[in-house]
Write a protein that binds this ligand. Structure first.
Ligand SMILES: Nc1ncnc2c1ncn2[C@@H]1O[C@H](COP(=O)(O)OP(=O)(O)OP(=O)(O)O)[C@@H](O)[C@H]1O
Length: 325
């Protein structure tokens, strides 16, 4: 509600993604204001990456995107690849989990950064070289002028991720989508990358959509959180709302199962069961089959429902109540 007064940079409504008959993401509504940082949180397979890719126009056939993604007021869904290429870079940029996949092993990192500037902005190699050095410095690579000619394999994982971030911000995007950018890194390196992303966001004013399965990471980078389960948003709120007053049973279960949010390991409570099969269809909340609240409702409040409605998920509409509150 707080953000309704600010003009939104990104406005997603009714976003759905399907691969053939399988709907993997549905009904996503989300706005991001300039400079705002939103984390999308959820277990593996909940649809976080697919959502980020849909925003970037990276869902390829046979995948299909439904709904609306507006960036600076312009509709992106249904735009041609040529149009999307123009948006990617100066508009929206993306950093992925695996920097080894994102970098070309046969070109030096300097050439890869410089190419963005020469091809996209028409700069001379000389201009591009000094900007590449500045970018490498900005992302914390020491003595960058000596490292321009080095190849990706000559850098550590954390340093490669810094180079990917330098490439992503080279065209000064207004929105950075970071998809698990620290998951492949060890904890101390991870902290350095998160600090870097926070600092860049503060310095440049770019907005951030940060995809992660890690609550502690989300807490470090985000103003607000979106919790996804089985392709849908089940809860959203500020970092305090979610950590202090989680409302949805799935969010509570996620917090109780996270080592960073309990005092002692003995308090950890794994979420029993596993996420639903992606081909499953739900009338109500997809978490109901694993949900203690749905169980309580069913056994205590309305035992007769068990007989009438054999599919437990169709009995709990708590997710919709919260998502639309
Ligand atoms: N190209 C594709 N074709 C078919 N199904 C796909 C494709 N890409 C993703 N999916 C499916 O979409 C669902 C959501 O995937 P997604 O990668 O968004 O999950 P995630 O929440 O980001 O999880 P993870 O953290 O493991 O990446 C998964 O069930 C996945 O198998």
């Amino acid at each position: 509600m707080m953000h309704a007064l600010k003009p939104s940079l990104l406005s997603i409504s009714g976003l759905g993604v399907r691969f053939g008959p399988t709907q993997v993401v549905r009904g996503i509504d989300l706005t991001i204001a300039p400079g705002e940082s939103v984390a999308v949180l959820g277990e593996s397979g909940s649809g976080k990456s697919v959502t980020g890719k849909a925003v970037m126009g990276l869902i390829n056939p046979p995948g299909r995107v439904e709904g609306s993604v507006r960036f600076e007021g312009e509709e992106l869904v249904g735009r041609s690849e040529a149009d999307m290429k123009a948006v990617r870079g100066p508009g929206i940029a993306m950093v992925f989990q695996d920097s080894l996949d994102a970098l070309n092993p046969v070109y030096s990192v300097g050439d890869q950064i410089m190419e963005i500037l020469t091809v996209r902005l028409g700069w001379s190699r000389h201009q591009a070289r000094s900007e590449a050095i500045r970018l490498m410095e900005q992302v914390g690579i020491s003595q960058p002028e000596n490292r321009l000619k080095d190849y990706p394999h000559q850098f550590s994982g954390g340093m490669r991720q810094r180079i990917c971030i330098a490439m992503a911000i080279a065209l000064k995007p207004k929105l950075l989508i970071a998809d698990e950018p620290t998951t492949a890194l060890d904890v101390t390196v991870q902290a350095g990358i998160l600090n870097l992303i926070n600092r860049l966001r503060a310095d440049t004013g770019m907005a951030l959509l940060f995809v992660t399965h890690d609550l502690a990471v989300a807490r470090r980078v985000a103003h607000s959180l979106i919790i996804m389960y089985a392709g849908r948003i089940v809860e959203r709120g500020t970092v305090d709302d979610i950590f202090v007053r989680p409302a949805h049973p799935y969010t509570r279960a996620l917090l109780a199962s996270n080592p960073g949010s309990v005092r002692h390991w003995s308090q950890l409570q794994p979420i029993s069961g596993s996420p639903p099969d992606k081909a499953a269809r739900f009338a109500g909340c997809a978490f109901a089959p694993r949900c203690p609240r749905a169980e309580a409702r069913c056994t205590d409040e309305a035992p007769e429902l068990r007989r009438i409605l054999p599919n437990r998920e169709s009995r709990c509409h708590f997710a919709e109540e919260i998502a639309h509150a």
